[in-house]
Design a protein around this ligand. Structure first.
Ligand code: UD1
Length: 417
C-alpha cells in the first residue's frame, strides 16, 4: 500500500490549480444512463472513485472511455440493471444508478450500501422518494430491488436535507408521468450542476437554487457534451493549506461562490483573502485566531472540509469548538491528529481543540477521504517527518495531490508499497 512521506514545509507559495469535482461528476455519469447515445464529460480528473463508477457503468452495459481530462459514456446498449455488492461496497455513490435505471428500464437491482468510516449512512430517503414516485421496492439478500412500469409524478418531502437522495430522486422523476415537487431538497452546488446537466439533456427541472424543485416529466432525453464544475472541496483544502503557510498561495480555477462559508471562517481565523474571478489568494495570518465550526447542509460550512479546518484550529491561538451536524461521528481523524501532538478532546460529538504552537511528525493512518487530506495538511506543518499510510483513500478523491502540493513548495513524496 502506498504511503506519503511528508517533511515540515510551511513556506508554501505560488499557484495551485483545482480539478473537476468528483461529487459533481459521479451523479452526471449515472445521469448519462438516462439518454441513449454517447455523452461526453470534460474537465474530468484521474480519480479512483470515477474509475469505480466507470467500471459499474460498463457492468450495466454502457461503453465508457476514460481519457486524459475527459470521459465518454455511450449508454445505447444499457440492458443489465444491476449494481453488484463488490462495487457498491467500494463506493456508496454507486447508489446513483438506482434512479436512472428505474426510470429508463423500469427495473433496478442495487446492492445495499453498508456503513462507512464516517458513520452510518442509510439510504431510506432515496427509497421513500422512489416509492412516492410509484416504485415497488423490496429488500432481498442485501439488494434493493426496484420496479415500476412508469414512474408517476408526486410531491416528495425530504425529512432531512440529502444530496444523494435529492439527486437520485431528480434522475428518476425526469421520466415520470406528470409533475413532481421535491421539498427540502439539498442545495449543494453538485445538485445544481446535476440539474444543469439534466436540463441540457432535455429535462424540465425548475427551482434551482432553492429547496423546492419542480420536475415536469418528459418522454425523451438526449446525450450531450458538458464541462464539469471545479471541486470546491479540493479548492477548500488548498485554501486551508495556504492559511497554514507562511506566505500567500493562489488557488486557481475555482468558483468562489461555492466556498462562501469557508471564506468567511478563514477571514475569522485572521486570513486575508483576495478574490479575482476564478482565483482566490489566501494571505495567512501571523497568529491564527480560534473559530467555532458547525457543519450544515449548503450554504453552511461543509462537512467535507471539517477535518481540514480542524488542522488549522490545532495551531490557533486559543480554543475552538467543532461540531458536525451532517455526520455526527465523523471524527476518526482526531486520534491521528493527537498522535501528531494536537490537543483535541471529544465530548458528545463535539471536538474541543486547544491550539498548540507546533505539531510533531509521526506515523499516522488515513481513515477516509477527507480525513486523509487533513493528515497531509497536518504533516506539512508538523516538525520533522510524518508518514501517512493507507493513502488509497486520498486517491479516491484528490487528483495527484502530492504533485499539486509539491508545486507550491510542500515536501511530500509517495512511497509505493
Ligand atoms: C454527499 C457527498 C459527501 C458529503 C455529503 C454531505 C457524494 C458522492 N458524497 O454524500 O462527500 O459529505 O453529501 O454533504 O456526493 N441520510 C439519511 N438517509 C438517506 C440519505 C442520507 O438519513 O437516505 C443522512 C446521512 O446519514 C447524513 C445526511 O443525511 O447524516 C446527509 O447525507 P447526504 O447529503 O445524503 O450525503 P451523501 O449524498 O451520501
Amino acid at each position: 500500500m502506498d504511503k506519503f512521506i511528508i517533511e515540515s514545509s510551511r513556506n508554501l507559495s505560488g499557484d495551485i490549480n483545482v480539478s473537476g469535482a468528483k461529487n459533481a461528476i459521479l451523479p452526471v455519469m449515472a445521469a448519462c444512463l438516462l439518454a441513449p447515445g454517447k455523452s461526453i464529460l470534460r474537465n474530468v480528473p484521474g480519480l479512483i472513485d470515477l474509475k469505480t463508477m466507470a467500471h459499474l457503468l460498463r457492468v450495466i452495459g454502457a461503453r465508457v472511455e476514460y481519457g486524459d481530462g475527459f470521459m465518454s459514456i455511450d449508454s445505447k446498449d444499457v440492458c443489465y440493471p444491476e449494481a453488484p455488492y463488490e462495487l457498491v461496497s467500494k463506493m456508496r455513490a454507486s447508489i446513483y444508478v438506482l434512479g436512472p435505471l428505474l426510470a429508463r428500464l423500469g427495473t433496478a437491482k442495487v446492492s445495499f450500501p453498508g456503513g462507512c468510516a464516517i458513520g452510518t449512512r442509510p439510504v431510506d430517503l432515496h427509497l421513500k422518494a422512489l416509492e412516492a414516485l410509484g416504485a415497488k421496492i423490496d429488500i432481498e439478500q442485501g439488494y434493493i430491488n426496484a420496479q415500476a412500469k412508469r414512474l408517476k409524478g408526486a410531491d416528495i418531502h425530504f425529512e432531512k436535507s440529502s444530496v444523494g437522495a435529492t439527486i437520485n430522486t431528480l434522475m428518476a422523476a425526469v421520466y415520470a408521468k406528470g409533475t413532481s415537487r421535491l421539498f427540502n431538497a439539498a442545495m449543494e452546488p453538485e445538485v445544481d450542476s446535476t440539474i444543469d446537466f439534466l436540463n441540457k439533456m432535455g429535462a424540465k427541472i425548475t427551482g434551482q437554487g432553492s429547496t423546492t424543485l419542480t420536475v415536469q416529466g418528459v418522454d425523451d432525453l438526449f446525450p450531450i457534451q458538458s464541462d464539469m464544475i471545479p471541486d470546491r472541496i479540493e479548492a477548500g483544502t488548498f485554501l486551508i493549506a495556504g492559511a497554514l503557510s507562511t506566505s500567500p498561495v493562489r488557488v486557481c480555477g475555482c468558483k468562489p461562490e461555492h466556498l462562501t462559508a469557508l471564506i468567511e471562517k478563514l477571514r475569522e481565523a485572521g486570513c486575508e483573502l483576495q478574490i479575482e474571478g476564478a482565483n482566490i489568494t489566501v494571505n495567512p495570518p501571523k497568529k491564527i485566531k480560534p473559530c467555532n465550526i458547525l457543519t450544515l447542509p449548503h450554504p453552511g460550512f461543509p462537512t467535507d472540509l471539517q477535518a481540514q479546518f480542524t488542522v488549522l484550529m490545532c495551531l490557533a491561538n486559543g480554543v475552538s469548538l467543532v461540531e458536525d451536524t451532517v455526520f455526527p461521528d465523523r471524527f476518526m481523524h482526531v486520534a491521528e491528529l493527537n498522535r501528531l501532538q494536537a490537543d483535541i478532546k471529544m465530548e458528545r460529538n463535539i471536538a474541543t481543540i486547544k491550539g498548540v504552537n507546533q505539531l510533531g511528525g509521526a506515523e499516522v493512518m488515513a481513515t477516509d477521504l477527507r480525513a486523509s487530506a487533513a493528515l497531509v495538511l497536518a504533516g506539512m506543518v508538523a516538525e520533522g517527518t510524518t508518514v501517512v499510510s493507507r493513502i488509497y483513500h486520498i486517491d479516491r478523491g484528490y487528483d495527484r495531490i502530492e504533485e499539486k502540493l509539491s508545486g507550491i513548495g510542500a515536501k511530500i513524496r509517495r512511497e509505493q508499497g
